[in-house]
Ligand binder design. Structure first.
Ligand SMILES: Nc1nc2c(ncn2[C@@H]2O[C@H](COP(=O)(O)OP(=O)(O)OP(=O)(O)O)[C@@H](O)[C@H]2O)c(=O)[nH]1
Length: 414
């Protein structure tokens, strides 16, 4: 990232912000320096540009950097209308008045999203090519991946084929299916926590925004809109989706191991089982439990115990691919694993058990040996909760038989 700023203090702050977001930073303090840098390197991911530089006091650096195709944020100490209009007439990502510390918080938000937006796709639906192109240009400046189409029907088709689309911007007036009908159709298949819809229209009917929103849209923009307003609404919706995703992730993930937690395992497990059964795929439900874990905690400390839980989890991720993996609590894990046949699944789990027992886990100066016991239920048609109880009984049997082994449930629970 290129930081252009003549104040050393401000340049340091921006640099710190950018580095905290893993940007590599190049700093310049004048237009002359910028020109020198861009002669050799111009593949910057983004730039922040101070409007007034000692050798270019009237924003000349902006056009120079933009001419190299570098998405740029303008930082300015000037607040007058003329400067604002001049900046906004250029294809910049945004402009930020350097009024107070909020300016830097805002910059951090922009830079964070500039990186993240690449993985987010936006679908633009408008039958007017000019209107479509305008919105696409604005979205590309913000690094979004963009899909475009001119009818509602094609939009629905694109949505089914491209799950990375997180937001739809749709015009109201289109032939065959208008924007409100499209929104209605979208909401039959996509909930508001997964996909946002922004309606737009040039019609000056004050009821339209309410109609759009009552039909499932999240926001509404009246044409013509200024880029600033478009970006504010766009980013607010994208941030909402991101926040919901983060909350859902936290609610379903075990904080220590980042595997699914008990809740997530119960929410998703039955669906996997149903799929295996209806496709006649062999599968096993296994419960894994670390042997003598209390002793490990007592001997090496709780941090060592935590470390072992983490190492075991990443070992599971690596070796038990294609399985649904969860930490049910403490040192107890659940695995729902498909396979070619029953014996192959049992062997896979047993190989995993053996490999873990053979490789001591390093923690500080210690080499900690640990093993697991496993209880398995194979190809059962019983509900998930009953299968877990049966796997738990088999696990208990494995512990009773001396630990570090697999025990298969012999109880028929179909
Ligand atoms: N470090 C750490 N320890 C935990 C965590 N959750 C549970 N434990 C400990 O796990 C231990 C489980 O002990 P026990 O249920 O007696 O089982 P065990 O010692 O593994 O013995 P067996 O299962 O019979 O082989 C307890 O000491 C808990 O405090 C955790 O998140 N981190």
């Amino acid at each position: 990232m290129l930081v252009v700023e003549d104040s050393l203090a401000i340049s340091k702050i921006i640099q710190q912000i950018a580095e905290s977001l893993n940007y590599d930073v190049t700093v310049a303090a004048s237009l002359t320096e910028v020109k020198g840098i861009l002669e050799h390197k111009n593949d910057f991911y983004a730039a922040t540009l101070d409007y007034s530089l000692p050798d270019a006091q009237d924003g000349e650096v902006i056009e120079h950097v933009l001419s190299h195709g570098i998405p740029s944020v303008v930082m300015t100490g000037r607040m007058d209308e003329k400067t604002r209009n001049k900046i906004l007439s250029l294809p910049v990502i945004d402009y930020i008045p350097k009024e107070n510390s909020q300016a830097f918080m805002y910059l951090k938000r922009i830079l964070f999203w500039q990186k993240r937006n690449k993985g987010t796709a936006v679908l633009v639906v408008d039958d007017s090519k000019a209107a479509r192109n305008h919105i696409v240009e604005l979205l590309k400046r913000r690094n979004f991946t963009v899909f475009v189409t001119d009818t509602g029907k094609k939009a629905l088709d694109l949505l089914t084929r491209n799950p990375t689309i997180k937001l739809v911007v749709t015009d109201l007036e289109m032939p065959e299916m208008d924007g409100i009908e499209l929104t209605n159709e979208i909401r039959k298949h996509y909930s508001r926590d997964k996909l946002a819809v922004i309606g737009i229209s040039g019609v000056s009917n004050s009821m339209l925004s309410a109609r759009f929103i009552k039909n499932g849209a999240d926001d509404f923009l009246r044409k013509p809109f200024c880029p600033e307003e478009f970006y504010c609404r766009l980013m607010q919706n994208i941030e909402n989706l991101y926040n919901i995703e983060q909350i859902q992730k936290a609610a379903n993930t075990d904080y220590l191991t980042e595997l699914h937690n008990r809740r997530s395992f119960f929410t998703n497990g039955q669906g996997y089982i149903n799929k295996y059964l209806s496709n006649e795929v062999h599968y096993a439900l296994a419960m894994l439990d670390i042997d003598f874990f209390k002793k490990i905690n007592d001997e090496y400390g709780h941090d060592a115990g935590d470390h072992i839980l983490k190492v075991l989890s990443s070992f599971m991720r690596k070796h038990l691919t294609s399985a649904l993996l969860a930490r049910l609590g403490g040192e107890e894990f659940a695995v729902l694993i498909p396979g070619i046949e029953q014996e192959q699944i049992v062997n896979r789990l047993d190989d995993f058990r053996r490999a873990l027992a053979a490789a001591p886990i390093h923690f500080e100066q210690h080499q900690i040996h640990c093993s697991i016991s496993i209880g398995i239920v194979l190809n059962s048609r019983a509900p998930l909760s009953e299968q877990l109880t049966a796997a738990d009984v088999a696990l208990y049997q494995a512990k009773e038989n001396g630990r570090n082994q697999i025990c298969i449930s012999n109880k028929t629970i179909d």
